[in-house]
Design a protein around this ligand. Sequence first.
Ligand SMILES: [Zn+2]
Length: 362
Amino acid sequence: MPDQPAHADIADAATQRVAATSAITQQPTQRLPSPPQPRARKGRRWLVSVLAVVLVALVGGTTLLVSHSTTGSITQIFRPNATATPTPPQKTPLPGVTMAQRNAATGCAAGAPPPYAGLINNGRYPGTASPPLNEVALTFDDGPTPYSTPTILAFLEKTHTPATFFVEGQFADLWPTLVQREWNDGFAIGAHSWNHRNLTALAPDELQRQFSATMAAIHKALGKNMCLWLSRPPYGSAKMREITLAASYGLSTINWDDSSADWLRSGANAIAQTVLDQIRPGGIVLMHDGPAEREQTAQALPLILAGLQARGLKPVTIPQLLQDGHFPGVVVHPLPNQPTGTPPPDNVPQAWVAPQRPAGMA
Ligand SMILES: [Zn+2]
């Protein structure tokens, strides 16, 4: 079942990444430290990677088309395993790491709760008799980018709409002031790998670098006392190995149960409708603020907000959703974890926008 959203997202990401990597001249994907490789071998690997991406895109696209035409409902295609019951939370710290050590590394308070040991898809803690939440969490992945994040942020700020950003390490490293703007404005921030690799396919050392380098980039932007405890795997693809390793870094793994499918670029109305068709109390909505332009996502936001309001649902951050959903130990303490320093400017310098705009994007 997890393959279904993963395939859908892979198809999206294949499209995104071909466009983005061909145009982002700084080649941030090469910034993650890795062992040197012979040039010829590297070239072959590159070729194999490109062929693999094209193949995945073709297969994924075909699957989507077939699925769409047979089911007639796009919401059935992208819905992840919302009914799965996560495993119970981990009660003890990982071997060799005390809770205090782990929390010090994440920037969280010494008494911060342990990471959740399973996959979180929504804000309803399994097994509790809690009343349904009237809350939902809007989440944005694959940023921050100067192409889309400022527009989305401006709307969320103007309407005082809480949200959560799952940022890629490479982009937090490239555009730290965007991460700072998100954080200083009160949005929650989680890690979304360094450069959007499928974590389940990585060797252990590379997998560790995806977590450690991303956490370092976020902490560099926001200060070492920024409590970083949220993580989302690229494509929503994580098995126990990845979830356990994330937990060893103090990170709880958060997926979604309501995908906007905004990467299909089906228009603002369709994106909003897709979200609202699936929305339910406690839901976690997947959207994107990168790496390609996401102007349709931005245009869909007013429609989504109006739809939520009509349903009596209130957007909150992921930490707030989990706290109110009675996930054990989650207490939102915004003040002690606020970063120090001067708030960043509201606008991204123009010099960052034009030269790196992906080619071929409208
Ligand atoms: Zn992603």
